[in-house]
Each structure stands twice: as C-alpha cells, then as structure tokens.
Write a protein that binds this ligand. Structure first.
Ligand code: PAF
Length: 290
C-alpha cells in the first residue's frame, strides 16, 4: 500500500477531500489522538471497507483534557503512527498544530447536553464539549460520508451520534466493537502508562464486566446487583473506582432493572492511569467470551 499524504493545514485537507469527491470517491474518516494501536487500525480498516477514500486525523485535542489530566504526557509518535496508517490503506493523514484547529480568533464551542452529563461527563467537566467541538470542526474540514468510532468510548459515540443528528450533519456514524488484548484488556493508548503490576491488576476491569455479564445471562436483572458484581472484582484488585454504573444503552438514564439492552460502564484508576471499559448487556457476550 502507498504512503498516505500527510497534511497539516485545514485548507489543504479540504482541497484534497473536494478533489476525491470530484473523482466520485466516497470519503470515510477516522479521528484519532495518535499513539495508535490495533484498535485504531481496525477503525481505519472498517472505514476502508465502507469508503473509497480514507482520511485519518492525528490530533491530541487540548480542549478535551482537564487542567489536571495527562495532556502533556499523552503518548505521541507521529512517524510510527504514519507507518501504521500506511499499512492499513489510509489515503490522507491530517496532523494539524493546535493553532490550526483553535486559532486565537476562534469563539465557537459545541455542547451536547443530557448525554454528556453522566458517567465521564460528570467526572471530567468540559471533556465532551472538547470532543464535540473538535469532531464538529474535523467533520467540517473533511466532509466525510461516514466516520468510525470505537465502542470503548461508548458515551463519546452516543454524544457524536446526537450532535450529528441535531446539527443535521450528513455523516453516517459507525460504532466499532471494542478491540481487546488476548487476555481481554480493552486496547487503549493509555495502557502504555501501566507498569507490569498495574497491567496485571487492570485485568480486574474485564473480569468485573465478565462476572456481571455471566450473572445477566443467568437471569439477574437488578441493576444495582449487577454493578456490585462488577465492583467486587475491581475492589479485589484495589483499583480506585470512578464509577460502575448500569444505564440505558441509548439515553444513558439510570435504570433500576437491566432489561433488553443496558450499558454496564466502568471507569477506574490503576495507579495514576484512568481506564474505561463497558459491555452492553443483552447485546454482546461477556468481554472474555469472544
Ligand atoms: O477518541 C478519541 O481519540 C478522541 O476523543 C477523538 C474522537 C479523536 C476526538 O479528539
């Protein structure tokens, strides 16, 4: 596969995408923050199976990080990322500077309300506003027909679906299944922060989700009891829990019973690293059953 064109300026990317459309190509888009792993490459492959011209962006978006979060130490490897994207058939890599996306004169933010409020939204104020703003800007530059997002960031996927619907953006948003390591840990760029001991303890997350999935499969529908089943595993590994919550898989409203499709979402800290994971009960098998 040929090397992708690497562009830094929004105007260049727009010109490139316009030219692709003029040639009759269907533009697919995968936004990323780089430090790419197999999960990201699966998103690009998925875009390539649905579109004939694939754009991936690499941009560590400052507005989605809180003041005490890991913006400065977020892993960056542009050359390595370009090589990986090249191996999965990417036509263009967009790697802008922050000043390109957020010029000083910029004054617009995109905020999605109710879906962005619970779970990570409650613990990371401003996070989803940063995500919604950058994704809207990137969609505006690329003008994709379709865009692929991983389901590990399940709440993010719902927020983006909602903003696309509310702003009448002509983009099909595709949710891609969580990609896991052989032992079940969900792939994340932040896994690179984990020491060997933390990496081993982080497996409690997937074990907790698995335990709740098994109980759901055996007929347990009480949301609090399902949360407790997952929580017990996390506590055994001494993880610091941000939340373990069962919510409606579409609206993210709290539910007392996990009926047809319920999201069980987990966020916790392993050492200083914050990890998230989830399973949709009633829709997916447990994370260790794949
Ligand atoms: O999921 C991510 O990596 C980011 O939140 C995204 C969608 C690239 C926006 O910065």
């Amino acid at each position: 596969m040929g090397s992708p064109r690497v562009l830094r300026r929004a105007v260049e990317l727009r010109t490139e995408c316009d030219a692709a459309r003029a040639r009759g190509l269907r533009v697919g888009f995968v936004p990323t923050m780089g430090a790419l792993h197999r999960g990201h490459l699966d998103l690009v492959r998925s875009a390539g199976s649905r579109a004939s011209f694939v754009v991936a962006s690499i941009f560590v978006n400052p507005t989605q990080f809180g003041p005490n979060e890991d913006l400065a130490r977020y892993p960056r490897d542009l050359e390595g990322d370009i090589a990986k994207l090249s191996s999965v058939g990417t036509d263009v890599v967009f790697a802008p500077e922050a000043s390109e996306i957020y010029p000083e004169s910029g004054d617009t933010r995109v905020r999605v309300s109710s879906l962005a409020d619970p779970l990570c939204g409650a613990r990371r104020p401003g996070h989803f506003e940063g995500v919604a703003t950058v994704v809207t800007k990137l969609f505006g530059i690329v003008g994709p027909c379709m865009s692929v997002f991983g389901r590990k960031d399940y709440q993010q996927l719902l927020v983006i679906r909602r903003l696309v619907r509310d702003l009448f953006l002509p983009v099909e948003v595709v949710g891609h299944p969580i990609v896991r390591e052989p032992d079940g840990l969900a792939m994340s760029s932040r896994n690179a922060y984990l020491s060997a001991d933390e990496r081993a303890r982080a497996l409690a997350i997937v074990r907790g989700l698995q335990e709740a999935s098994v109980q759901f499969a055996m007929g347990e529908r009480d949301a609090r009891r399902l949360e407790l089943a997952a929580r017990a595993l996390l506590e055994t590994a001494a993880l610091s829990i941000d939340y373990v919550e069962v919510r409606d898989a579409e609206t993210l409203a709290l539910v007392t019973r996990a009926n047809e499709r319920a999201l069980l979402a987990v966020a916790c800290r392993v050492g200083t690293t914050r990890l998230i994971d989830n399973v949709v009960l009633g829709e997916e098998p447990g994370p260790l059953s794949r």
